[in-house]
Ligand binder design. Structure first.
Ligand code: BTN
Length: 262
């Protein structure tokens, strides 16, 4: 029996229930892969696949994503936008903002964002990953399609991971997973509507309010390239990261980098 009951979720979504079509699976390869297949067969925007187990969960940069049914919430949401890919710069930051706002609404304390789209939990000077986001885009002459995959730790993972990880319980959230998913979907709908209307620019200052390393020294590691050291100035209107380096202000567009505190 799946851990999410779509009927119960509908009641929690209230007035927003009509904007989502949720399917809860016991198991699949990856909620994003499953949603991509359904999108190819015409699934509407607002389709959500939530699964207890993924046997081929995918993370950013080709990594795999491990989750356990009791301790994680893993789902993917299909959204569509008019226009071309260029209009979607900053989308991953917008999704991170939607998640951060939802978690705060649920009572989480210490939620921060790391460019481009990790959701962190801050405790003193330490940061641990609370949620990861994987956005996969495709387009045709009608516009762009985004498969927005979210993996949220409800409890701190027991696996030995390359970076510290935290769970929602540590952030002080006691809500059940239906409430958590309903509040997240509601928040994502609001942020994605705003993003669709005016792009990232209207969300930038709110994003920066959550930025973990605003005005701090960071290093940006790209595949094979020399690490880039600088002071993190925040993000620009298009979602690119602004870094004050010895060579002047550098703008980083690619999400295919990893950002560390220096
Ligand atoms: C990251 O590497 O930080 C992003 C992780 C995204 C994982 C989620 S879990 C739900 C969805 N399905 C997947 O296969 N990946 C995303």
């Amino acid at each position: 029996m799946a851990l999410i009951d779509p009927i119960l979720l509908k009641t929690r979504l209230g007035a927003l229930a009509g904007r989502f079509d949720v399917d809860a699976l016991d198991e699949c390869d990856s909620t994003s892969s499953e949603l991509m297949r359904r999108a190819d067969h015409g699934a509407p925007a607002g389709t959500v696949i939530v699964a207890d187990r993924q046997h081929a969960g995918r993370g950013r940069r080709g990594r795999s994503w491990l989750s356990s049914p009791e301790a994680s919430l893993t789902f993917s949401l299909l959204w569509r936008f008019p226009g071309k890919a260029a209009a979607l710069s900053g989308l991953s930051l917008a999704v991170g903002l939607g998640l951060a706002k939802a978690l705060e609404k649920l009572g989480a304390v210490g939620v921060r964002l790391k460019w481009p789209n990790d959701v962190l939990l801050q405790s003193g000077h330490d940061f641990a990953k609370l949620a990861g986001i994987l956005i996969e885009l495709s387009g045709d002459r009608r516009g762009m399609q985004a498969i927005i995959g979210v993996g949220l730790n409800l409890a701190a993972p027991e696996a030995d991971l390359p970076q510290p990880a935290a769970g929602l319980k540590q952030a002080g959230v006691l809500a059940d997973r239906h409430e958590v998913l309903a509040v997240i979907l509601g928040s994502l709908a609001r942020v994605l509507d705003a993003f669709g209307a005016e792009g990232f620019v209207g969300l930038k200052s709110e994003w920066q309010g959550y930025h973990a390393w605003q005005d701090q020294s960071v290093q940006v590691l790209g595949d094979g390239a020399e690490p880039l050291l600088g002071n993190c100035l925040g993000v620009d209107d298009d979602g690119s990261l602004l870094l004050a380096t010895a060579r002047g202000v550098e703008r980083i567009f690619s999400g295919d980098v990893s950002l560390r505190r220096a």
